[in-house]
Design a protein around this ligand. Structure first.
Ligand code: MLT
Length: 408
């Protein structure tokens, strides 16, 4: 009989968000009058920017003509989109990232998992705790961890707690790790990192020849001008970091699918003989073999994000969701909750009251208020006792959800 990848059997439970959906479906089936408001998964709710819709419409029509038809595009993404990304997202912030260093893809979730393809199995890997579960699960799936211990921790990973005591800033590990995942603005806590703090990580990575996998999927939500949007704003980062970016949350592309990954040309790892190997070439090789690029239509939609109309529309989407976050912070604080995040990120991270567990609080909110959030423990052991609410929803739903919570 065919043998399975037994690493999958080490996974603790189903993936967090389908698990939540399953529980919510069971609840709504048993309570058919319930009007559940979902502030669980961070999925956008507002329509796409018109600039993107128009650009995709035009691209679609173009594809229906003899002259405009296109087959496979470049695996790395079309040059015109990579150029716009380079100029608008990096050069404008003083980061010397060229269009060649940008690989357009169908999502940061996929890229942050697929990157493991080009990295050795015997690297020591650090993640924050709590953490976006994809980083941990994909390391488990690819056999880079040991078994899970009783408390849900995987052997072989280094966990860096982020909590109220350290202001949700991971401490630099005492020992050398080879790879560290950092996500700022942070999912799930909504915390941010200053340039000074991020510089400590870049210095650590350079000194230890480590690689930082920097997830900046939420950078567009940063309101504070002093907070870095990209790790490449820190000197030296091109020698030690890969960055993941996405159009999902800024332009509402969660259902359209477009993202990109930056692999600087001078970034390298080593083989077992100690020879320097350039990561850009390995990733390029991987993408050419395993990926056929993002559709032309979608890439034209992403390009429109950088048009003047697109920029205006994206800004108003960000303002809209950040206003939701502000409403959530205010209402929850007025109801006595301890609230973190939500200032520069579309997530608020609240302390669970009355010594409930995160999943108890999930059930409590669902049953008493018909509101869905995400239990902090779903993001890791140190997330226990916390709860994440997403600001991605209509104003009406956010207002109603907050009224229901404060009136329980
Ligand atoms: C989340 O809720 O954490 C996000 O939607 C996950 C994702 O972007 O994949």
């Amino acid at each position: 009989m065919v043998k399975v990848n037994e690493n999958y059997l080490k996974l603790k439970a189903g993936y967090l968000f389908p698990e939540i959906s399953k529980r919510v479906n069971n609840y709504t089936q048993a309570n058919s009058n319930s009007k559940v408001i979902k502030l669980g998964i961070g999925d956008v709710t507002e329509p796409l920017p018109k600039a993107c819709v128009n650009a995709m419409g035009e691209a679609l029509n173009e594809m229906g003509t003899n002259n405009g038809f296109k087959g496979y595009g470049p695996e790395q993404g079309y040059g015109w989109l990579r150029e716009k990304i380079s100029v608008n997202d990096f050069i404008s912030r003083g980061c010397q990232i060229s269009s060649e260093e940008i690989f357009v893809s169908d999502g940061s979730k996929c890229d942050s998992s697929n990157i493991l393809d080009i990295l050795g199995d015997d690297n020591l890997i650090a993640v924050t705790d709590p953490v976006y579960p994809v980083y941990v699960d994909t390391n488990v799936m690819t056999g880079r961890t040991g078994e899970t211990l009783q408390n849900g921790i995987y052997q072989g990973l280094v966990y860096l707690a982020i909590n109220e005591e350290n202001n949700f800033q991971p401490e630099i590990p005492k020992k050398k790790v080879d790879i560290v995942y950092l996500c700022f603005p942070n999912n799930p806590t909504g915390a941010t990192i200053t340039k000074q703090e991020l510089k400590k990580w870049v210095d650590y990575a350079i000194e230890n020849k480590s690689l930082i996998l920097f997830d900046a999927a939420y950078e567009a939500f940063i309101q504070d001008k002093n907070i870095p949007h990209s790790i490449y704003e820190i000197e030296g980062a091109k020698n030690c970091a890969i960055e993941f970016r996405s159009f999902s949350k800024n332009a509402g592309f969660t259902g359209v699918r477009c993202a990109y990954t930056v692999i600087p040309k001078n970034l390298s790892g080593q083989n077992s003989k100690g020879d320097k190997i350039d990561l850009w070439s390995l990733w390029n090789r991987r993408q050419c073999t395993k990926f056929n690029g993002v559709s032309y239509i979608v890439q034209r939609g992403a390009e429109a994000v950088y048009s003047s109309q697109g920029k205006k529309e994206v800004n108003s989407l960000i303002d809209f969701y950040m206003k939701n976050a502000e409403i959530m912070q205010k209402k929850l604080r007025s109801a006595g909750f301890k609230v973190y995040g939500g200032d520069n990120a579309p997530y608020v991270w609240i302390k669970v009251p009355d010594r409930m567990t995160s999943w108890d609080f999930f059930d409590y909110l669902l049953e008493k208020a018909d509101v869905v959030g995400t239990p902090g423990s779903g993001f890791g052991l140190a997330g226990e006792g916390y709860f994440r609410l997403s600001a991605f929803n209509s104003r009406l739903n956010v207002n109603n959800a907050m009224e229901r919570i404060i009136n329980i």
